[in-house]
Design a protein around this ligand. Sequence first.
Ligand SMILES: Cc1cc2nc3c(=O)[nH]c(=O)nc-3n(C[C@H](O)[C@H](O)[C@H](O)COP(=O)(O)OP(=O)(O)OC[C@H]3O[C@@H](n4cnc5c(N)ncnc54)[C@H](O)[C@@H]3O)c2cc1C
Length: 476
Amino acid sequence: MYDVIVAGAGVIGGMLARELTRYRLSVCLLERENDVACGATKANSGIVHGGYDPEPGTLKAKMNADGVEKLFATAAELHVPASRCGSMVVAFSAEEDKTVKALFARGQANGIGGLSVLSGDEARALEPALSPAVTSALLVPNAGVVCPYQLTIAAVGNAMDNGAELKLNFEIVAVTREADGFTVTAADGQTVRGRYLVNCAGGHADAVAAMAGDGFFTLIPRAGEYMLLDRAEGERVRHTVFQVPTKEGKGVLVTPTADGNLLVGPTATRVESAESTETTPAGLETVARLAAKSVPTVNFRQVITSFSGVRASVAGGDFIIEPSKKVSGLLHVAAIDSPGLTSCVSIAEYAVTLLRGMGLATEKDPAFNGERADTHAFRRMNDAERDAFIKEHPDYGKIVCRCETVTEGEIRDALRRNPPAADIDGVKRRTRAGMGRCQGGFCMPYVMRLISEEKQIAMTDVTKNGGGSKQLKGRI
Ligand SMILES: Cc1cc2nc3c(=O)[nH]c(=O)nc-3n(C[C@H](O)[C@H](O)[C@H](O)COP(=O)(O)OP(=O)(O)OC[C@H]3O[C@@H](n4cnc5c(N)ncnc54)[C@H](O)[C@@H]3O)c2cc1C
C-alpha cells in the first residue's frame, strides 16, 4: 500500500513524484509506455513562457508567474539544459501593435516584471534576422528554453534516487475505490494499491478520471506540428520569436532550443486523439510559411526532422488542479496544456498542498537530496577534460554518434542510471545519440548492440520504443 500513486510519467507526474519524495512518503509512479516523457512532454516547443499570455486570475496565470524562476532553479539542480534567452512577440500591423500593448498590460496584471514594448527597429536591433515588416514587439526578458524530456527524465531519476518507484508498461485500465484507498489495475492484470491517487495522465486524464468514478471533463486534443533544424541554423535567432497569439494559441514561433538547434512551429489543429501525432504536408507548409513571415532567412534545407505533439485542453481553457468532489483521495491534475511545462514545479508544489488539505501527512524527509549528478556529456568537455576522463573511463574514448559526439560511456550510463533507458528512443532522449543530421543512420546498430549487451537481450529483441517496435528479424 503506497501513500501516493501518481498516474502518468510526463513532466507533471514526474515533477510531482520528485516533490513528494521531499517527505516521508512511499510514492509509486505509473506509466503505460516503455519510458517516461512519451506524451505531450516529448513533443512541444520547450519554451519557459514569460507569463504575459494567460488571463489574469486563472490557475494558468498563477502557475506560470510562480513557475518561471522555480523551473530554472530546478533545471540547474538537476543539470538539465536550459537557457534564459528571452522572448519577443512580434506584430505586423497597427491592429497587432494594439495586441502587443494589450499583452504588455496583461503581463503587468499577472505580476511579470521586465516587460517592454519595442518599435520594429528596436526589435531588429536586438534580433537582426527579424523581418523588415515587423512593426513592434513585446520583449520578455525572463522567458527561456528548456529540454522538456531531459527535465522529466532527470526529475523521475531524482525521485527514484530518493525512493520513489516507477512502473513502466503499466497501462491503467481500472481504478477501484476501497475503504482504505485505491486499487489500480493495469491492462496485463497487475495491480497497485495506494491511499491517494493523483491523475496526471495527460491526454488520457479524462479517461482515468472516468475510471476512478469522476469523469466530469472531456479533453479536446489539438495537435501542433514542428520542424527541427540542424545546429548550423541554431543561431539564426537569439530570442524565442512569437507572433501575436490568436484564439488557436500562441502562433508559430522560431526559437533556438536548449540543445542548440532551431525549432519552428507549432500549428494548432483539432485531431482525433492524443495518439494523432502524425505530421502532414499541409501542416509543415503552414509552419514554414508563418516562420518565414517572422524570420525570412530561415534555411529550410537544414530541416533534420519533423514531429507533432498533442495538447490536452478543455473547453474552459484553464488547468484542472483540484481534489475530486465525488471520490475522496483522488486529485486531478489535468488539462495541463501550455504553459504546463513552464508551470511544472509550481503545479507539483500546489498539488502537494492540496494533498495535505485532503489529509496526507507530510513530514519532511531529512534524507531527501534534490541534486542530480550531471551526465558526463563528452561534447561539452574541452580537450584536457576529455583526455583526463578517457584515462579513467576508456568507454568515453569511443564515439558512437558522430553527429552529436556521443560516446559509448554516455550510452552505457544512460542504460544503467535511473530511470534506465530501455530502448533506442530512450537512449536518444538521454544522450542525443541519433538526434543529429543523420537521425541515427550511422549509430543505430552500435546503440542496439550496447542495449543488447547491457540488458542481456538478443539484438532481435531490442526495440525502438517498446511493444512490437523490434528493428531486426534475424541474422543473415
Ligand atoms: C504542441 C505543444 C506545444 C507546447 N508548448 C509548450 C511550451 O512551449 N511551454 C510550455 O510551458 N508548455 C508547452 N506545452 C504544454 C506542455 O507540453 C504540457 O503542459 C506538458 O507536457 C503536460 O505534461 P503532462 O505530464 O500533463 O502530460 P503528458 O506528457 O502527456 O504525460 C501524461 C503521461 O500519462 C501517461 N498515461 C496516459 N494514460 C495512461 C494510462 N491509462 N495509464 C498509465 N499512464 C498513462 C502517458 O503515456 C504520458 O506519459 C505544449 C504542448 C504541446 C502539445
